[in-house]
Each structure stands twice: as structure tokens, then as C-alpha cells.
Write a new protein. Structure first.
Length: 277
């Protein structure tokens, strides 16, 4: 049986009920966070908590996240998974009438689910390269994800696993992950801005690379330079490190093989996940 936590109450998922007047349903007025639990430990929990608080602050939703993460701990203990994906969604709540402006008296809706998963290393994936059609506040982890959904579906329709995005000729990120480009012995990733989610795995990878003595540069990447890369990989909390070996358009990346630099980063990242947070 699948379980969830809705507004502090643990219950079977099929019994959860949310009002159709919830602003998350009507307007996409809410934020979310996704965490990975590996070997029974939630990875980078404090970083995820900080980002969730930042997203809430950015949309003017005042609340304490201490109770949210207390509910996460109770739900994780209830389901008993060793490796799991944890999803947290907080919306502004339900009002009596549909109105674009924030309601004056309303309580947030807090919904949490935990699903079992196994992180697997991928040998190489295909990505389409498309214009970034999302809104311009991607540093907020908003539940309004229609642009991401359309781009990911286009990727799947093209037998690809992701969509790498660009705006004004420069790469931003992918539809569900951050992007890194390997050039020789150097790794380049676009600098953080309103157009890019401050990824937790991105943050950890930069730290790991620096400890390994690998040069990491936060710099703009022209989309037309992607086919010239020695390697490309994407990162996210639940998908880990995804190597991209083929672009559409653009063809094969490098020699089509995983570089030794990528393999060293992936090995170090896997070890980091299995250490104490």
C-alpha cells in the first residue's frame, strides 16, 4: 500500500483528498522539493530544506518548514524503504473563491509522498536540444511545470531521455536537471541565475570536483558549442549523473564514450552519497 502525509496526517495515498479550490490546482500556486534517500539516509537534507525555504520565501508563502521535515521523517519511517524518492509539495491552500490575488486567510496545503526507487548508472543517453520555453523564474522550484512537461514529452517522442535547453543562444539547463560540459580536463556549467535551478547535486558535484583537483568553471555555454564538447552530463538528486552521448540536433558527443573524468566524478559522487550527510 502506498502512503502519504497530507497536512500532517499519515494516510493511505488513495484516501488523500485535496479541494478542487486549492490554488496549486487552479493556478500552480505552490512549490515543491524532491529528495533522495540512499541506504536509509536522506541525502543533503539540510540543503534541500534551505532551498525549499528559499522557494517559499520567493512566492511570499510564510511558514516554518520544521514541521514539514518532521512529517517527512514520520512518513519515511512508516513506509520503511531503504532507497526512496521523497516528494514534498506546498501550495498556498484553498480559498472560497477563485481569485488571482493572494487570499487573506488561508492555510497552506502540505503534501508528501515517498516512493521506492533504485538509482542506476546509465551508460549513455540521448538528449534533444530545444529553445527554453519555460517562465523566467526557474530558480524557484515551482509546481507550474507545463513548459518542462512539454519539453520532456518532446524528448520522449524523439526517443531521447532529456531536453537540453537554451535561451538567446546560451544553454540554461535541462528540463529536469542541471548541465555540465567536459572540455579536456575542465568541467564547465552555466552560472546560477533566475533561469537556472540551484541544483543540490550540482552544488555537491562542484565541491567533489574541487576536492579531486578537477577544474570547474561556471561560465556561459553557447548552444552551438555543444557538439564540440568532449563530454556532456546532467545531474539531479533522483537521477544522479546522466551522461549524454548523442544530441538531436548535433549528433554524437565526443567519441560517444564516457570520459575518464566523468567516470571519476561519478564514482566520487556515489561514494559521497553513501557517507554521512
Amino acid at each position: 500500500m502506498n502512503w502519504c502525509c497530507l497536512n500532517g496526517v499519515l494516510m493511505p495515498l488513495h484516501k488523500a483528498q485535496i479541494s478542487p479550490m486549492d490554488r496549486g490546482f487552479l493556478f500552480g500556486d505552490g512549490v515543491y522539493e524532491v529528495m533522495a534517500q540512499v541506504d536509509g539516509r536522506i541525502r543533503a537534507k539540510s540543503l534541500h530544506a534551505r532551498r525549499l525555504q528559499s522557494s517559499l520565501d520567493s512566492i511570499g508563502l510564510e511558514m516554518s518548514i520544521e514541521q514539514v521535515f518532521g512529517d517527512v521523517d514520520r512518513l519515511v519511517k512508516k513506509v520503511g524503504f531503504v532507497n526512496a524518492k521523497i516528494y514534498i509539495q506546498v501550495t498556498r491552500g484553498s480559498a472560497l473563491a477563485r481569485d488571482h490575488a493572494f487570499p487573506s486567510t488561508v492555510s497552506p496545503t502540505i503534501f508528501i509522498t515517498v516512493s521506492e526507487f533504485e538509482a542506476v548508472f546509465q551508460t549513455g543517453s540521448k538528449a534533444i536540444v530545444r529553445s527554453d520555453i519555460r517562465w523566467r523564474k526557474n530558480h524557484i522550484k515551482s509546481v507550474a511545470l507545463l513548459g518542462n512537461v512539454l519539453l520532456m514529452q518532446e524528448a520522449r517522442d524523439s526517443d531521447a531521455q532529456e531536453a537540453i535547453l537554451y535561451r538567446d543562444e546560451y544553454v540554461t539547463e535541462a528540463s529536469t536537471s542541471n548541465l555540465f560540459v567536459i572540455r579536456g580536463e575542465k568541467v564547465v556549467t552555466p552560472p546560477l541565475s533566475d533561469l537556472i535551478l540551484p541544483g543540490i547535486t550540482r552544488h555537491l558535484l562542484i565541491e567533489i570536483a574541487q576536492r579531486l583537483g578537477i577544474s570547474v568553471v561556471e561560465d556561459s555555454i553557447r548552444v552551438d558549442s555543444l557538439p564540440e564538447a568532449d563530454g556532456i552530463f546532467l545531474s539531479s538528486s533522483t537521477r544522479g549523473l546522466m551522461p549524454i552521448v548523442e544530441l538531436d540536433p548535433g549528433g554524437r558527443v565526443g567519441n560517444g564514450e564516457l570520459t575518464s573524468l566523468f567516470l571519476a566524478l561519478r564514482d566520487a559522487y556515489d561514494k559521497r552519497l553513501r557517507c554521512d550527510d
